[in-house]
Design a protein around this ligand. Structure first.
Ligand SMILES: NC(=O)c1ccc[n+]([C@@H]2O[C@H](COP(=O)([O-])OP(=O)(O)OC[C@H]3O[C@@H](n4cnc5c(N)ncnc54)[C@H](OP(=O)(O)O)[C@@H]3O)[C@@H](O)[C@H]2O)c1
Length: 332
């Protein structure tokens, strides 16, 4: 049965106001797809890159936006097994289109949500938590005693990373944009919070580590931090460049990594760490167990009505948000 959805779409790349709220008919789910009614939607900095068209492979326009949500299954396409109408599921990835009341998506992206977990908590945690899961366990395996530098430590991903890294027994040095955010990072387990707008984080990391440097730097800020991040590493350390909130990173001379201490650099994406269904499910189990065990708590989520998605983007880009940002369909 065809139903109407209210969705944000855009037909040109640009500022938040390219997003327009539209009602349109949603077709039945195709083979291998499910249809869901959203209960909560996660907003991610990746959505901003998609909207701006800055990814190496920008979206095909016109497009929907958003790659994270929690909802109830309202219909199943042909060939979908193991899922049922009425079941609550979460998802990460698939074609952008989460900023909508109803949507269709590939069933392979659906994850069963444990009963005890509130939908808003899951929407605040699932993409960001799965990102942290692969960053600290599979991209690099962080161990007790490691010293780690994590940029944007009070953001959505950063707030979860600080908690999980602390639980592992790592020493966490975080960078943040303001004193308020420093407090939030510390509350999440960050041992040293550096306000990088005021303090030179490279000098401060050298001071904290007695000149030795850190084993891993997680850098999602990009242009403003990348070069100094390399200089914070100890010999044989790893720079994980996983985002570019301040702009793209300049080209890197591979030879320079030798001179700086046999360094490793990787540019990972959650897409490649959750593409395989069994890895995706194992990562989700690891995350949901960490939530249930209290290792990872939902960062204070800033909630916006779905109809206020443009405002959510404006606030996130202006660095006014901390923790996770979620959208709740109007009327829920
Ligand atoms: N590769 C992957 O698999 C993957 C997956 C998920 C997320 N990510 C990346 O992880 C990062 C965090 O994602 P998120 O959704 O949790 O966002 P977020 O951390 O809540 O927001 C981005 C933060 O970046 C910091 N920032 C530094 N310079 C900035 C600038 N010029 N403009 C805007 N923000 C700036 C701000 O924190 P301060 O004010 O404290 O500096 C801001 O709050 C993003 O870069 C995202 O693309 C990557």
């Amino acid at each position: 049965m065809t139903l109407e959805t209210e969705a944000f779409r855009f037909s040109q790349f640009g500022a938040p106001d390219v997003l327009s709220r539209q009602r349109h008919a949603l077709t039945d789910p195709l083979d291998g797809e499910i249809q869901i009614r959203h209960l909560a939607i996660g907003v991610n900095y990746i959505d901003i890159y998609h909207r701006r068209g800055v990814y190496a492979a920008p979206l095909t326009l016109p497009s929907g936006l958003g790659i994270e949500g929690v909802g109830v299954i309202t219909a199943l396409g042909e060939g979908v097994a193991g899922l049922a109408v009425g079941q609550r599921v979460a998802y990460v990835g698939g074609p952008p289109g989460a900023y909508a009341t109803f949507r269709n998506l590939p069933a392979a992206r659906a994850l069963a949500v444990p009963d005890g977990l509130d939908s808003t908590v899951v929407a605040a945690l699932v993409l960001k938590g799965l990102t942290v899961e692969y960053l600290i366990h599979r991209c690099v395996s962080v161990a007790k005693g490691d010293i780690v530098l994590f940029h944007a430590a009070a953001g959505g991903v950063g707030s979860i990373a600080c908690q999980w890294l602390k639980h592992i027994g790592a020493t966490v040095i975080g960078t943040v944009g303001s004193e308020d955010k420093a407090e939030i990072a510390r509350a999440n387990g960050c041992d040293y919070a550096i306000v990088y707008a005021k303090e030179d984080f490279k000098a401060r990391v050298a001071q904290i580590t007695g000149g030795k440097g850190v084993r891993v730097v997680y850098d999602s800020v990009g242009a403003d931090t990348f070069a100094k991040s390399l200089d914070c590493l100890r010999p044989r350390g790893t720079l994980v460049s996983f985002g570019e909130a301040s702009g793209p990173v300049d080209p890197l001379s591979v030879a320079s990594l030798g001179g700086k201490g046999s360094l490793f650099v990787t540019r990972p994406s959650i897409a490649h760490y959750t593409a395989d269904r069994s890895e995706y499910e194992a990562a989700a189990r690891n995350l949901f167990s960490a939530i249930e065990a209290g290792i990872v708590k939902a960062p204070n989520a800033s909630k916006y009505k779905l109809s206020d998605a443009v405002k959510a983007h404006e606030d996130m880009e202006a660095r006014r948000t901390h923790g996770s940002v979620i959208l709740i369909p109007d009327g829920l």
